[in-house]
Design a protein around this ligand. Structure first.
Ligand SMILES: [Zn+2]
Length: 359
């Protein structure tokens, strides 16, 4: 799609007021800015896509501002377009992990800012730095020049040495609650001229597991293939709900061996990744028809299925198939899958599948 701007970039918060889901952090930072008490070092931790980089950039912009009320939107640094202020330096520690990179940074830190009130270093994925690089960074953090602010961001706070952490003000970014993320997606979809079904918004936000960036990327994908301006839950389900062969075999093995705990956790995993209970059961039914056939005919089976086939005799497999069909029929009557079977026997062993769709 030429010229297509990713939704998560397009709708990145451009003011603190637009930041959602991190109210406490925004309140603390805007107070610090208003009171001109911006610290020398911050550590932003939390899962990916929860706004660390967006907030870091907003803080950097405020710190650079020369106006009275920061960011004033009117002074030279504020008027520079995003990414073009030479006093805001973004470093990806994943690709600059060596001590040389940090030494280079230390040399430049001493130089006064070009345009701005302050110089701000945003170091993303800071946990990737080598021990030597951390030690070099620590020296800078111990005696930072008055004009410098560091904002360190990481998804893996436990990998950042305590000596670094203790020199920073730490902010923990929380994953977005499903409901809030669903609201954000609905809102962005409306701005894009799409009508997102509530169930579709809910499914997308669950699949994103609390990450706004992932949620918006998924919405991007769905929007790109939607034929109409209406984005239905059905469409989202078709796009997201893919069970891999491996996931299906694992689930089948746990059901065949009556491992309820494992079955529950696999079902929960599938539900979180956007696979519906209907789809899970439908896939299991298809698989078990094959297992019954293979067991009955003694035909050679793929090695991954052989242990499952061997775990029961033919009537044992038929029994599971009947239970799956009954489960399908009781949840989605009229779908016709149960036509060939009459016996209904809800086994406790299959209840996890039912439970997983409500969790
Ligand atoms: Zn300004």
């Amino acid at each position: 799609m030429p010229g297509h701007e990713a939704l998560y970039r397009k709708y990145r918060s451009s003011t603190f007021a637009e930041v959602i889901g991190q109210d406490q952090i925004v309140r603390t930072l805007t107070n610090a800015i208003a009171n001109k008490r911006i610290a020398h070092a911050y550590l932003f931790t939390g899962p990916k896509g929860t706004g660390k980089t967006s907030v870091a950039r907003l803080l950097a912009q405020a710190a650079c501002c020369q106006g009275q009320q920061q960011p004033c939107g009117d002074c030279p640094p504020c008027l520079l377009s995003a990414g073009s202020n030479p006093d805001i330096i973004e470093i990806d520690a994943a690709s600059n992990r060596s001590i040389d990179a940090v030494r280079d940074l230390r040399d430049k830190v001493a130089q006064v800012p070009t345009y701005s009130q302050r110089k701000v270093y945003i170091i993303d994925e800071v946990h990737m730095l080598t021990t030597e690089a951390f030690n070099a960074l620590l020296k800078t953090l111990e005696e930072p020049p008055a004009h410098v602010t560091f904002i360190l961001a990481t998804t893996e706070a436990h990998k950042v040495p305590d000596t670094i952490v203790s020199r920073t003000q730490r902010f923990v970014f929380k994953p977005f609650p499903t409901k809030l993320l669903a609201e954000l997606l609905t809102d962005v979809a409306a701005k894009e001229g799409w009508k997102l079904e509530p169930a579709a918004a809910d499914r997308l936000s669950r699949a994103a597991q609390g990450g706004a960036r992932d949620g918006l990327s998924l919405l991007d994908q769905v929007g790109a293939v939607a034929d109409t301006k209406e984005i239905s839950d059905q469409l989202v389900q078709e796009l997201l709900g893919h069970i891999s062969q491996d996931q299906l075999s694992q689930l089948a093995a746990s059901i065949a061996s009556r491992d309820t705990a494992k079955t529950l956790s696999l079902c929960a995993e599938l539900a979180t990744s956007g696979v519906s209970a209907t789809q899970t059961i439908a896939s299991l039914i298809t698989l078990w028809r094959r297992l019954v056939w293979l067991r009955g005919t003694n035909e050679s089976a793929p090695p991954s299925l052989q242990p499952i086939i061997d775990s029961r005799d033919l009537s044992g497999h038929v029994e599971i198939l009947e239970q799956l069909l009954a489960l399908h029929q009781s949840h989605w009557p009229g779908s016709g899958t149960r036509d060939h079977f009459s016996k209904i026997d809800h086994s406790a062993q299959l209840n996890p599948i039912r439970t997983s769709q409500t969790c």
